[in-house]
Structure formats: structure tokens, C-alpha cells
Ligand binder design. Sequence first.
Ligand SMILES: *Cc1c(COP(=O)(O)O)cnc(C)c1O
Length: 363
Amino acid sequence: MKVEFFSLNDQYLNIKKEIDIEINKVLNNQSFILGEAVEKFEKKFASMNNSKYCIAVNSGTAALHASLSVLGIKSGDEVLVPSNSFFSTAEAVSLTGATPIFVDIDTNFYHINLEDAKKKISKRTKAIIPVHLYGNPVDMFKLNKFARQHDLLVVEDCAQAHFAKYRNKFVGNFGKTGCFSFYPSKNLGAFGEGGAIVTNNKKLYEELLMYRNHGSKERYIHEFIGHNYRLNGIQGAVLGVKLKYINKWNKKRIEIAKRYINKIQQSNRLILPKQSSSAYHVYHLFIIRHKNRDSLIDYLSNKGVQTSLHYPIPLHRQKPYRKTNYFKMNSENIAKEIISLPIYPELSFQKVDYVSKMINSYE
Ligand SMILES: *Cc1c(COP(=O)(O)O)cnc(C)c1O
């Protein structure tokens, strides 16, 4: 049996009719940049997320960079980020001129570890970016308490966690802003690059609208240096259709995750993902840890099962950040043990069972 790590074909075919109609509307009214489809999507996304405002942008990286910039993060400042995340969590900090400070991760959920964060606070620390990694929300009660104690701004990286909840509240509503990515493979994916920021603060909302549009509210009048971070109309149309299905798709991911957890045998060599009872985890990724990771990957590959790594190299070991002196962190050991198994709404239970069986048969 062949099990692809990821596939978008079936999802597109299932909703092709609706998508084609909405894309055609954009083509007919020629609203290629922002426009009606984007505005409609912003309103619906904000309302579904119980957020007051949503600003659509053209990537998750743009969402993070715009948020940090509008919050005044600048050269000389430091921002705490987890050492296990996608590169752009740190890159967005560097783009403002500030310095990302890499914090170790906890060994249960692979989230930013607040004990280590405490050791890394300095007079320059201005903000912290919790990443709801793999779709699993960070304990935002603890994190916000920590941020209050140390007077830090909180920007949530929700790129992998559309409509995940911590204690019944959607992620993105705990910090100053919540930053989403609509990269095609994310739980909610565009047909190209896309992203969004949610906030409950009107002033931030107004500044972010201008930031994404060259610091401008009125055409050709620029109040500050911003960026071109506008979402295009076709992505607005696609995302508007997909929003109707996201809850159903997230539920499918959760069912698949539960099935893996039931079928795969945990051992002293294999660790399954842990789930907190306060979190609604939307399983963007399904990560197991194995002591013989590389050999298990080869074994699965020979059995037709594709896997991936999220992420193979911790951020503080990436070339642009390597010069900074960090003590050895848990994130380095964990990076050598993690494997991402296939998970997406259209993945059949038959394939989930096959992957589980192959893992159990590995000796
Ligand atoms: C995907 C992702 C981003 C970046 O989003 P883009 O839309 O690709 O720019 C940021 N952070 C995390 C955790 C991500 O997974």
C-alpha cells in the first residue's frame, strides 16, 4: 500500500464546483487585490474565531512580522521564541531588527518551556511568541501569567492551529494578536500564499490595515513605513469556501489522531503524542518519537509509507543563528527522535491502520 505524507487532490475535487464559482466571481469583477471576497472572508474568519477583527495578509510570516512591527518591536529588543518551530517564527523577529532569544521546549508537548524562558529574560526582553505547535494549544493561562509578571507583549503563532481552543477559547484571542498561515498544507490552506492576523484591539486593527498597505489608509498618502502584505482576491474566494468545511476537517484530523493513538503500541522506544484535557488539539501534524528514528523512517519508506520531520534542526542551530551561544537544549535531542506521520482529513482509516500496523511490526 502507498501512503502519501500529504495530498490535496481529494479535498479540491470534493469542493471544486463551489471553488470554481467563487474564483470566477473574482475574475469577472477583477478585484485581484483585497476586494470583496477578502473582506467577506475577514469578517467570517473573525466571527468564527470569536475575535473582533481580522486582517488578511499574504503569508503567516507577514502576519508575524506585521504584528511585531506594529507593536513597536525594533532593533535592540529581544523576543523569546521556542527553539522548535518553523523558521519564520524567528525570522519575523529578525526582520524587525530585534533579536530572537531561543528558549528550550518542554518534553511533553514540545512547547516553549517557561522555566527556561525565565532564565533568558533580560532588560531588553519585550515580547514572547508562543507557538501552538502541531495544532496543540500552548497553556495560555500559564503563559499569559508569565508575560504579565515580566511585562512582555504576547504574539501568538497560530499558523498550525486554526480553531484550536485552550479552555474553550480559540487561539489567537490570548495575545495582542494571533497570526495564521494559509499555506496550502495548513489545516486551512489557500491556493497559494496567504495569512491573517486576528486581534481584539481596535487601534492595532487600524494600524495593521495600514501596515499591510504601505502605511496607507488613503491612496497615495502614507503615514508610516509599512509593507505590501495584501492578500489577493482569489485566495480570499478560496478561503471563504473552505471556511465552511474547516470544523468538519479538523474533526476528521482528530479522529485520525485518536485512531493512531489506539492502534500504535507505545513502548520504551516509542512515544505517542500527549494530550492535555484543557486543550482542543486540531492535529495539524501527528508526531511520534522513536529511539531509532532514522531506521524506522527507512523501514516505513520501504513499506510505502511517507513520513516527514518537524523539524529536523532546532532554530538556534540554523546557520543565521548558530553564532549565538546556547547551552545544549532538549530540543536538540527531541529533533533526533521525532517523526511526522501522514494526517489529513481525506486520509482513509484503512491507510491509518496500515501505517499503524507497519510501525508495530518494526523490530
Ligand atoms: C507555516 C508556519 C509559519 C509561516 O507561515 P507562511 O504562511 O508559510 O509564511 C509560521 N509559523 C509556523 C509555526 C508555521 O507552521
